[in-house]
Design a protein around this ligand. Sequence first.
Ligand SMILES: [Zn+2]
Length: 109
Amino acid sequence: MTLTLIFHLTLHTLVPLVIALVFFRDQWQKAWLIMLATMLVDLDHLLADPIFAADRCSIGFHPLHTYTAITVYLLMTLWRPLRLVGIGLLIHMVVDASDCWRMAGFAGF
Ligand SMILES: [Zn+2]
């Protein structure tokens, strides 16, 4: 496993944890679990060939990582029962996008 992948997975885990602790303090474990479950969105990678490519930007490539899908995730945050799922998915997209920015040389790490 490359360092980049470990860093990526750490962000996918820690960012939702911080959001859960800060904004959903009374039920942070439940909030964190729901947001972690949104990692299942990466099941759409199974449709791709190869399934994992370290140098591929997943945003706009995989069906559940398109801008149309991201718009749906944004709308989900407006409706309370789906809010955490929407937030989890948006965090996921930002973390994935940060990989694209890094690959494009924007983030400088
Ligand atoms: Zn992803």
